[in-house]
Ligand binder design. Sequence first.
Ligand SMILES: [Zn+2]
Length: 127
Amino acid sequence: MHEYSLACEIFETVIAIADQNKASAVNSITLEIGRLTHVNPDQLLFCLDVLSGDSIAEGAKVNVNFVSPYGECECGYREDTGVPDNACCDDQQSLYEYALMTCPVCGKLLQLVGGNELIIQTIDIDI
Ligand SMILES: [Zn+2]
């Protein structure tokens, strides 16, 4: 499962950073997830919760910030997709529709740029 392997990577990174800082507990983790990663946040959070049981990250709160891609054209035109960054992950459809939109300046198809991130933004620990 895609989300499980991602959760493992995130968990291992969090524990490694916590160990480096001699943390006694991990309070919260903030993730930045691109809206085109096709990660199901509920499954990801469930996997993280299971993995962190009996570790110093047990019960840590996980915050997720979604990041939208933007449309870009060869001619230099650039447009935000208009999808709010923290909108629910379910409206992928609007992104596909957007991907078929053409540049209002030159008429070429807009390229979707970004939106593939999966970054650990912050980790809040007790030392
Ligand atoms: Zn253009």
